[in-house]
Structure formats: C-alpha cells, structure tokens
Design a protein around this ligand. Structure first.
Ligand SMILES: *[C@@H]1O[C@H](CO)[C@@H](O)[C@H](O)[C@H]1NC(C)=O
Ligand SMILES: *[C@@H]1O[C@H](CO)[C@@H](O)[C@H](O)[C@H]1NC(C)=O
Ligand SMILES: *[C@@H]1O[C@H](CO)[C@@H](O)[C@H](O)[C@H]1NC(C)=O
Length: 148
C-alpha cells in the first residue's frame, strides 16, 4: 500500500513538473481524452509522442498505468525499446495487445479486450527518451452490460 502511495505521489509530481516545464518540444498527446465503453467489449487507447527520425530505439522508456482511487496498476511497460510483460499487473494479463509498428511511428496503441468495470479510471503514459520526457493521460469509463 505504502509503495503504491509513493508511486502515485511520484506520478502526481511528474504531472506537476511536466505542466510547469512546458517549454520543451517533447509532447505526449492523447487522441481522445475520455473513452466510454461497455463491459466485455474491446477498446483501443492511443497516445502519440514526438519522434526524431535520427534517434535510435534503445533509449526509449514507456510506462502506462491505470490509476484508480486506491490502486495503481501497470498496463504497459517498455524498457530500452523492449516490452517488459513481467511488469504488467495480473488484472491485465492476456488482455492487452500492443501495436509494435505503430510504436515506431510514435504511437502507443493498446487494445484492451474483455473490458471489466474495474478497468475504469485514469490511464497515464509516461514516455522518456534521450530527447525529452512527457506524460499523457486519458480517462476510461466502463459501464456494466445492460441486460434486456
Ligand atoms: C475483442 O478482441 C479479441 C481479441 O483481440 C477478439 O477475439 C474479439 O473478437 C474482440 N471482440 C470484440 C467485441 O470486438
Ligand atoms: C500534439 O498535439 C499538438 C496540438 O494539437 C500538435 O500540434 C502536435 O503535432 C501533436 N504532437 C504529437 C506528437 O502528436
Ligand atoms: C460513466 O458512464 C455512465 C453511463 O454513460 C455515466 O452515467 C457516468 O456518469 C460515467 N462516469 C464517469 C466517471 O464519467
């Protein structure tokens, strides 16, 4: 619990820092700030970040987390250009599909399948490269299926 609180504090600090240091040319954008979906459906969350054609892919770090009131869960982790599936929270296991081709074009495309209501919350992606650092966030709201 305390570990998670520390991580949440760290992320909040990053948000504050990146909002202040807005002079940098490195950005992480979201294609949608809010997603609405139904339980058991799939959704693709997308972020875009600044790319530099002449840079190598070894210095790229990405961490995408789901932040809810009481918990922080790792959705997606890339370390030195390589996906680290071991970091992923068990709740997302087997439900996340990333698009590696899109990533090379500066797009983080994550398909989340078999949505659950507890997937709802704030999704935050931090991208760190040797030419800049930034954070992008979006919200997902998963509602229960309406039985008829
Ligand atoms: C959701 O994604 C899974 C795996 O990618 C696929 O098999 C399934 O047909 C998709 N379902 C819907 C409703 O799109
Ligand atoms: C981010 O959004 C800004 C404003 O819409 C746009 O000018 C910029 O090109 C976008 N950058 C990326 C990498 O998506
Ligand atoms: C989630 O969607 C439902 C149904 O549209 C809506 O009633 C509810 O206010 C939404 N919640 C949030 C946090 O946006």
């Amino acid at each position: 619990m305390q570990q998670e609180e520390k991580m949440i504090c760290r992320i909040l600090l990053l948000i504050i820092l990146t909002s202040c240091v807005s002079a940098g040319s490195f950005v992480v954008n979201v294609t949608q700030t809010c997603y609405q979906a139904e339980e058991n459906h799939n959704i693709t969350l997308e972020w875009t970040f600044t790319t530099k054609p002449d840079r190598s892919w070894t210095y790229i770090f990405i961490l995408c987390n789901l932040i809810t009131e009481d918990k922080l869960s790792v959705l997606y982790h890339v370390h030195e250009g390589v996906e680290v599936s071991e970091s992923q929270d068990a709740k997302f296991s087997g439900r996340v599909q990333s698009d590696k081709d899109a990533l090379r074009e500066g797009r983080i495309r994550l398909q989340l399948s078999r949505l659950r209501t507890d997937d709802s919350g704030l999704y935050l992606c931090e991208v760190n490269t040797d030419y800049g650092f930034s954070v992008g966030r979006c919200r997902l709201n998963v509602t229960g299926e309406i039985m008829q």
